[in-house]
Design a protein around this ligand. Sequence first.
Ligand code: SF4
Ligand code: FES
Length: 388
Amino acid sequence: MPDDQPPRDDGFQLVTRPGESGRRPYGIPLAVLAELTHRCPLQCPYCSNPLELEAASKELATEEWLRVIGELAGIGVLQIHFSGGEPTVRKDLVALVARATEVGLYSNLITSAVMLPRDRLAALADAGLNHVQISFQGAEPLVADRVGGFRNGHAKKLEVARWTRDLDLPLTVNAVMHRQNLHQLPDIIDMAVALDADRLEVAHVQYYGWALKNRQALMPTLAQLDETSRLVAAEQQRLKGVLVIDHVIPDYYAERPKQCMGGWGRQFFNISPAGKVLPCHAAETITGLSFDSVRDHSLDWIWAHSAAFNRYRGTDWMPEPCRSCAHKEEDFGGCRCQAFALTGDAGNTDPACALSPMHARIFALAETEAGSAQNAFLYRTFSGGTPE
Ligand code: SF4
Ligand code: FES
């Protein structure tokens, strides 16, 4: 997912098969993020892909994806989000969308849109694609093309967004926000309305992987965050019935952690380009976990038996303060990847929680980094990053 951050699924309820409710700390997986490739023409400094990107030669073949998509429907998955890297890099994308349609999955294309000609978008629509999500890095080319590290990307995105609506496909504008583009949010909202988008995701950067490396250059100030929250609340009212606006705030300034992925291994999973099945898009940043592959096991088996999924499922693994907390079945202790990134142990309480002993330190760190004069990016590349 190059210039994007993952889909949020915090609102999902646990769905179980008849007779299973209460026996297991997880239900039927409802949604899957299919990362078809890590190849991408953009180089966003907050990319949620791992630092070690998967080479094209390791990617699942078309036949493997077709089989896997069939298995998804068989275990109860309802939605597939085609992502990457840039999923349109894959020559077989239309065939994969057609397969998802054939087996009854709702399909969403998460794309940077810079490599999508109109006839290919039309072919995807004909194959049954249900929804398109396009990421924007700013409201105009100067900021947007710099953040994405791709010349003329912004203009191309606008063009594809218009084609999307011409083809009568629902459109979500995904705007990943940080210190260096938050001043453009009012114009991004106007842009989403002008594009006739159904939804705008105002998603502050979440700090793992590449974003963690670029944290000093991206972290917003508390004053910026307060102003954003005020603006979004006012615009949500003003644009009722016109545009749905979601707001995902940066964890470091939060009081309570997010219920990341709806709970670890509870209702969502991710398939990496090489076929590894992960509890979330960033799970490979946690060292010491090993992940099973669709090349070795069925998805049904992996969902039930994968050691990585079972490691942090439910609440039994929790330390204090989560273990005796009234919120433990609401947020499941927050985000495992963030706990690992900030404490070195994915089994700790997410420091985004005000009850974590590390919370004050994280909050102070955010304020310090927000005041940093370091604005240059380390761009995401296969060679381990390229300084701006
Ligand atoms: Fe959630 Fe744990 Fe914080 Fe309680 S202590 S609010 S369960 S993260
Ligand atoms: Fe991995 Fe939150 S991003 S658990």
